[in-house]
Design a protein around this ligand. Structure first.
Ligand code: C5P
Length: 421
């Protein structure tokens, strides 16, 4: 069975592997969790290390593996309390009888049992053991205690076991576990969205308006962008519960309520600030700015004097801001815009791929009634293939209404319902 795992941004999973033959499946589980976008750190008990080496998990997770509680060197890296705080979910898979017993009684004699007590995150256990050990009264008693304590128990599958027995006790397949974890975060996010807004807790960075490329101290090259769409989006994202930073080129619009506005002039300044936002932590990047494609190669220090019938100014290419951000290793959800005068959808779909965007909203600026300076707009939205979402036509409406629909589209792409395939 295979599952489509959609991407969950910026969530941290501590995967604890304990002693059992199913530990080999946990190696694949790390891969599947990483595929789904999770940051994964692995904790191994001593028993687990008898079955599989920490090196395997280090290579797969891209992080050092945590094995000991009282190792000063390891504690200097990410100590057990820090690890407990880092986790958005503590997933114990496979969970041995011994681990369940420790959790149930509150023993804290190794790294994992200590982590269990120290974390505020949800804890999931996927018990895997011989069917007789699973059925043992002590195991069932411990499981009941854990459920009462709020631990989520993932039921083992039935089937043939490594020891030759047949019965309950097999750890579910890694794809199945990763799917359940992904679903959990989707459900949690939907509940948050219902209560606090579609983009609650997200930091959205929006570029807007034109850029101004100086020729000399008094002249520049620019375009007619008014910034209205970007400003409307900033207001809509704020209303949807997001923290919003608006990087604005020179426009004459009031800053929407609650929005942090950073003014820039040139494309290079816009890129610099956008990169700084990545360091600050940015979840969604929306590029509405009409960035000048070229800038003057050498800006004159003094006003250029009138002389002769011709003036040649040499231009060089500006950086592509949205493509540069999308090319970073730890990148936000990327939304681009495309304004075209012909073959609108074809060009937009091409830009989605070329600029490595997650979503693109395009409009036909040859239509006199919408686009640039207009208060209204009509758009078609495309999503990257991995989201498996149909394109959306947003009918002609005010830029505020279009912005609201774009917020919904972003939310849907981030947290769309995923079904097993
Ligand atoms: O390539 P084109 O300018 O049509 O792409 C439009 C999209 O790319 C918009 O989202 C725009 O904000 C972004 N862009 C950018 N930096 C550039 C050029 C475009 O971020 N230098």
């Amino acid at each position: 069975m295979s599952f489509d795992l959609s991407v969950i941004p910026n969530k941290n999973i501590v995967l604890a592997v304990t002693g059992g033959i199913a530990a080999y499946k946990s190696a694949i589980l790390v891969r599947r969790l990483k595929d789904a976008g999770f940051n994964v750190r692995v904790v191994m008990t001593q028993g687990a290390q008898a079955f599989i080496t920490p090196l395997t998990f280090q290579a797969l997770s891209g992080n050092p593996v945590h094995t000991e509680l009282l190792n000063p060197e390891a504690e200097a890296g990410m100590g057990h309390i820090e690890l407990a705080r880092w986790a958005d979910l503590l997933l114990v898979a496979p969970a041995s009888c011994d681990t369940l017993a420790k959790f149930a009684t509150g023993l804290a004699d190794d790294l994992l049992s200590t982590l269990y007590l120290a974390t505020k995150s949800p804890v999931w256990v996927a018990p895997a053991m011989n069917q007789q050990m699973w059925a043992a009264k002590a195991t069932q008693r411990n499981l009941n205690t854990l459920v009462e304590d709020g631990v989520h128990v993932i039921m083992p599958d039935a089937g043939s076991q490594a020891c030759g027995d047949v019965g309950l006790g097999r750890m579910p397949e890694p794809e199945d576990l990763a799917y359940q974890v992904t679903q959990y975060f989707h459900r949690a996010q939907r509940a948050i969205a219902e209560k606090f807004g579609l983009l609650a807790g997200k930091h959205v960075v929006i570029t807007a308006g034109p850029t101004r490329e100086a020729i000399d101290p008094v002249r520049y090259i620019s375009n007619h962008s008014t910034g209205k769409m970007g400003f409307a989006l900033a207001a809509a994202c704020y209303a949807a519960g997001a923290k919003v930073t608006l990087i604005a080129g020179p426009v004459s619009l009031d800053t929407p309520n609650g929005v942090r506005r950073l003014n820039v002039s040139s494309a290079v300044q816009m890129l610099d600030l956008s990169m700084q936002m990545l360091d600050e932590g940015c979840d969604i990047f929306i590029a509405t700015a009409a960035v000048a494609d070229y800038r003057v190669a050498e800006v004159a220090e003094h006003k250029i004097k009138k002389a002769g019938d011709e003036l040649n100014v040499s231009l060089i290419k500006n950086p592509d801001i949205v493509a540069t951000i999308a090319g970073q290793q730890k990148r936000p959800f990327m939304v681009g815009f495309a304004a075209e005068t012909r073959n609108v959808e074809e060009y937009a779909a091409g830009k989605l791929v070329a600029k490595k965007l997650d979503m693109i909203a395009c409009n036909d600026v040859s239509r006199a009634d919408i686009g640039f300076a207009s208060d209204e707009n009509a758009m078609t939205v495309f999503f990257a293939d991995e989201y498996q979402l149909e394109k959306r036509d947003l009918e002609k409406a005010s830029k505020q209404e279009i912005a609201q629909q774009l917020v919904e589209a972003i939310h849907d792409a981030l947290w769309h319902e995923i079904e097993p395939v």
